[in-house]
Design a protein around this ligand. Structure first.
Ligand code: ACO
Length: 402
């Protein structure tokens, strides 16, 4: 599917951005103590050095709410100015209600319609496209678009081919209606069901309801055919990005910064090659977070802007791929003061955000046993989040292995 903002619809500008990453860090060295792998293998095959792990009291909703409030702070709005919340995730708190509904309450919003979008790692771009359509048609004025994932609770920590890849976190933007040109321009979304069983969680849905035997077989964990997924990503991402750029009336040369889904540095380098671009026009932070699925693009966008990599008037292309197979890209003409996001982390702390629990029910400790054991050992994890110092652009981090 392709869309192009036309002159009859209102433009959707990015006015706010924010991200949240849990404090606990899981390094490649930590994973060496869990499965038959090595820091060297993970770094050279993926570029990942470490990823974040949510604490027992954190959920997809709580992380999404922190990132969402930070984006609202950046936009200079109040939570009740938001009239639409679209949250992308493949790891919701519950099958129902939507995680977006929990976020709405947690951020203190009383008026937004709220729902989830599921398109795996492409989810944030799909959610952004949805919010743009609401704004373009006059249904929304200020939309909060969130990507939030708690993947570490859906991983099999005996499967070295998947457990090394993923991490937890959340990112968000506020899209605001405007009569001025700019904001989200051309959008390209694709879905190829040939890849339906290349990345999937077999059990827990209506086809295979959860039972002792599905759990015994580990069918509630994420499974992936890595090579097929890799092939799809390298084949699709550049063409999806180029179609979005073309729909925007631009060429790749007009785009200042590409923000790809942060899955694997080799995939990112292949996309750079496909677009004939030097790596310094492609943003990379996967070395610090691993693959955070729907959260990866908005976390990267917020960090890129806060680091001064995006300026007013720049064109930025976000591009993602994921289970389905899906892919999505959106090109944005940036119109907001990039310095506005730098106070958001101080302004909104995770301790300030509470997701209401049910009155008479509480889950068991949600942390997978193997992770819980590791995290109980002193000194192995739990370092403060200080990667982007508020107010001071960080030096650009070089991708691994270059
Ligand atoms: N440590 C050490 N060895 C490993 C590990 C590990 N963690 N994992 C696999 N291996 C071994 C394999 O067993 C295999 O051994 P063998 O040759 O003896 O059989 C060897 O390494 C090579 O395995 P490959 O799977 O061919 O390795 P590849 O170079 O393809 O890298 C990877 C694997 C990193 C998973 C890669 O295929 C990839 O990144 N694929 C894309 C995954 C992705 O991006 N997923 C995102 C999905 S988005 C979403 O919607 C959730």
């Amino acid at each position: 599917m392709t869309t192009q903002a036309d002159s009859r619809t209102r433009a959707a500008h990015v006015t706010g951005w924010g991200r949240y990453a849990p404090r606990q860090v899981l390094t490649n060295a930590d994973l060496e103590r869990m499965v038959d792998t090595s820091d060297e293998w993970i770094r050279t095959r993926t570029g990942i050095r470490e990823r974040r792990v949510a604490a027992a009291d954190e959920t997809t909703a709580s992380m999404g709410a922190v990132a969402g409030l930070r984006a609202i702070h950046t936009a200079g709005l109040e939570p009740d100015d938001i009239d639409l919340i679209v949250l992308a995730t493949l790891t919701p708190d519950y099958w129902m209600p939507s995680t977006a509904a929990l976020v709405k309450e947690a951020i203190g919003n009383t008026r937004a319609s709220a729902f989830d979008v599921m398109a795996a790692c492409s989810g944030f771009v799909y959610a952004l496209a949805t919010a743009q359509a609401y704004i373009g048609s006059g249904l929304s004025k200020h939309a909060l678009v969130i990507g939030s994932e708690l993947l570490t609770r859906f991983l099999d920590y005996t499967d070295r081919s998947t457990c090394i890849l993923f991490g937890d976190g959340a990112g968000a933007i506020v899209l605001s209606a405007s009569d001025e040109p700019g904001g989200a321009l051309g959008i390209e979304l694709t879905t190829d069901p040939q890849g339906a069983y290349m990345i999937w969680i077999p059990a827990g849905g209506s086809k295979a309801p959860p039972s002792a035997s599905t759990i015994g077989r580990g069918e509630h964990f994420l499974r992936m055919e890595g090579r097929e997924t890799y092939r799809f990503a390298t084949k699709t991402m550049a063409t999806t990005a180029l179609e979005s750029i073309r729909r925007s009336g631009l060429t790749a040369d007009d785009v200042g910064l590409f923000i790809p889904h942060q899955a694997n540095i080799r995939i990112v380098e292949a996309v750079a090659k496909g677009l004939n671009l030097p790596m310094d026009r492609i943003y990379v932070n996967l070395d610090r977070y691993g693959n955070t699925s729907a959260a990866s693009v908005p976390i990267a966008l917020a960090e890129a802007v806060n680091e001064g990599r995006v300026q007013i008037g720049d064109n930025v292309t976000l591009v993602a791929f994921g289970a389905g197979f899906t892919s999505g890209a959106v090109t944005i003409r940036w119109t907001a003061d990039p310095t506005r996001g730098r106070t958001a982390d101080d302004a909104v702390q995770p301790e300030d955000v509470h997701v209401r629990l049910p009155v008479d029910w509480d889950s068991v400790d949600p942390i997978p046993e193997a992770l819980a054991e590791l995290m109980a050992q002193p000194g192995s994890v739990d370092v403060p989040l200080d990667d982007v110092v508020p107010g001071e652009p960080e030096p650009v981090r070089q991708p691994i292995g270059r």
